[in-house]
Design a protein around this ligand. Structure first.
Ligand code: PNS
Length: 163
């Protein structure tokens, strides 16, 4: 069985993440989306909340599962005997950063292969931080995240429900 792991913060999951998940799910027998800790980030949603929103958002994809792990990605891969990592790239900045991550991870465990999927053009400017900022200042996020995520954001930021 060909299995791939798509790790990330998902704070919250966006249509950009979902596009990568759907495309990976079409390429692999099984895709594990792993909610992890990026030690540079402060999260607005807890690990459980991020995983729950992901679970709802991928309910239409039978070969996708959601897991959580707070440790080194390579430890998670080795512990579960996973061999393929998926990363999404939007631009050359993402590429530079993910290249260094790939090199560290390859150094730690050469058996794990990182594969990159380019973001669809329609999502190339989209990020979870843009979504959070829009929501914090009362902007509309329904073009960028699934309805249940938009609702969770409204609750988190104490905004009125959608009319
Ligand atoms: O969505 P993000 O925040 O860009 O995802 C980054 C993430 C969580 C995949 C990355 O920070 C990560 O792999 N965290 C786990 C710790 C680790 O293994 N870091 C890489 C080696 S230093």
């Amino acid at each position: 069985m060909k299995c791939a792991v798509y790790p990330g913060s998902f704070d919250p999951v966006t249509f950009g993440h979902l596009d990568i998940i759907e495309r990976a799910a079409a390429l692999f027998d099984k895709v594990v989306v792993c909610v992890m800790v990026n030690y540079k980030k402060k999260y607005i949603f807890s690990e459980e909340e991020r995983a729950a929103l992901l679970k709802e958002s991928v309910a239409h994809l039978p070969n996708v599962t959601i897991e959580c792990f707070s440790g080194l990605l390579i430890d998670y891969m080795q512990k579960n005997n996973y061999r393929v990592l998926i990363k999404g790239l939007r631009n050359s900045q993402d590429f530079e950063f993910e290249l260094s991550m790939e090199r560290v991870n390859r150094h730690l465990c050469p058996e794990v292969e990182t594969m990159f999927l380019m973001a669809d053009n329609t999502h190339s400017y989209l990020s979870a931080s843009v979504v959070r900022e829009l929501m914090a200042f009362g902007g509309e996020v329904s073009d960028f995240v699934p309805p249940q995520v938009a609702e969770a954001l409204r609750i988190k930021y104490g905004k009125d429900r959608a009319k």
